[in-house]
Design a protein around this ligand. Structure first.
Ligand SMILES: Nc1ncnc2c1ncn2[C@@H]1O[C@H](COP(=O)(O)OP(=O)(O)OP(=O)(O)O)[C@@H](O)[C@H]1O
Length: 303
């Protein structure tokens, strides 16, 4: 099947600075794909290249088989991009903006879908409100509606939940999930790693203009085998077994936090060591590594 997005050896320079240094990426149709990376990694540059807003210096970039430069008119229709920066026309109200955007795509009678979008994004009562009078979070919702007005097959969301309150964030994700279930390919960049972990099936991590990891979420999570162990002792501990001294991350009195590599050490060995010094455990919690741990480890390993 043709990939939803296929990027190969993509490069982009700003002056002498290389923002994209040979990016290869293939996103299949129907995926919910996460694009992560620290500030300045090149995520927006990559997205803007796909959206035809940034001209690449080298390599190829295709949306559903169409070149984003040569077939710009086609790829614009196939893509819906929610930009990171809030830009809007202050002279129109919400419905007018969405009608105008529909007009760009030759969609004359689009009000049923516009109403659905307004309702899904909790903007129904703001339809006649001028853009200027909306809060930052509401403006962002309008940007999302704008990106979806032509029902694009591939939806790219560049940090859509920055500055959006918890309630809307959750309803937004329900909506985007449903779009994905209906067959739309979703590409998401976010700094909320727990969001990416909850939503995306595959994740690529960008660092300094290069893809440093690209895998299924489970595979990515399995890369990090360091677990965190939190122990509450019945009484303040005066001596720790030798084995645990090297694993200690923090602790005093009765509460201690250890980290151990599950590939090298089993929890039973840790418990045996604790028993050997006669300490009594009140409570114990093991925390599996999450995407943030994987992310931090990747960034540190390549610093
Ligand atoms: N128009 C531009 N002119 C010069 N440098 C630019 C321009 N746009 C981006 N850059 C630089 O390219 C690099 C990548 O920027 P980009 O915005 O793609 O990163 P990002 O991963 O989206 O970061 P963030 O998470 O902060 O949004 C940064 O170092 C940035 O300063």
């Amino acid at each position: 099947m043709t990939a939803a997005i296929e990027v190969s050896a993509l490069t982009k320079r700003y002056g002498s600075f290389e923002a994209l240094r040979g990016v290869d990426l293939r996103i299949e149709q129907g995926e919910f794909f996460g694009l992560l990376g620290p500030n300045g990694a090149g995520k927006s540059t990559l997205i803007n290249t796909l959206a035809g807003l940034v001209r690449r210096d080298g390599g190829t970039a295709r949306v559903l088989g169409h070149d984003v430069g040569k077939d710009y008119r086609i790829t614009r229709r196939l893509l819906g991009v929610v930009p990171q920066e809030i830009v809007y026309d202050p002279f129109f109200n919400v419905r007018e903006i969405l009608r105008l955007q529909s007009g760009y795509f030759g969609l004359g009678r689009n009000d049923d879908w516009i109403d659905e979008l307004l309702s899904e994004l909790d903007l129904a009562d703001k339809a006649s409100t001028n853009m200027r009078a909306l809060s930052g979070g509401m403006k962002r919702r309008v940007l999302i509606a704008q990106a979806l007005v032509h029902r694009p097959q591939v939806v790219i969301l560049d940090e859509p939940t920055a500055g959006v309150d918890v309630e809307l964030r959750q309803s937004l994700w329900r909506f985007v999930r449903r779009l994905n279930e209906q067959g739309h390919t979703i590409v998401l960049t976010t700094h909320y790693l727990e969001e990416a972990e909850a939503l995306c099936n595959r994740i690529a991590i960008l660092r300094a203009g290069q893809v440093v990891a690209c895998d299924h979420k489970a595979e990515l999570l399995a890369r990090n085998t360091v677990k965190t162990l939190r122990v509450a002792f019945a009484r303040p501990v005066t001596i720790l077994p030798h084995l645990l001294q090297g694993l200690l991350r923090s602790g005093e009195g009765q509460h201690y936090v250890f980290q151990y590599d599950a590939n090298a050490l089993g929890i039973h060995e840790i418990l045996q060591a604790l028993q050997s010094v006669g300490v009594e455990i009140l409570d114990l919690r093991i925390q599996e590594p999450d995407l943030e741990d994987v992310f931090v480890a990747l960034m540190e390993s390549r610093a």
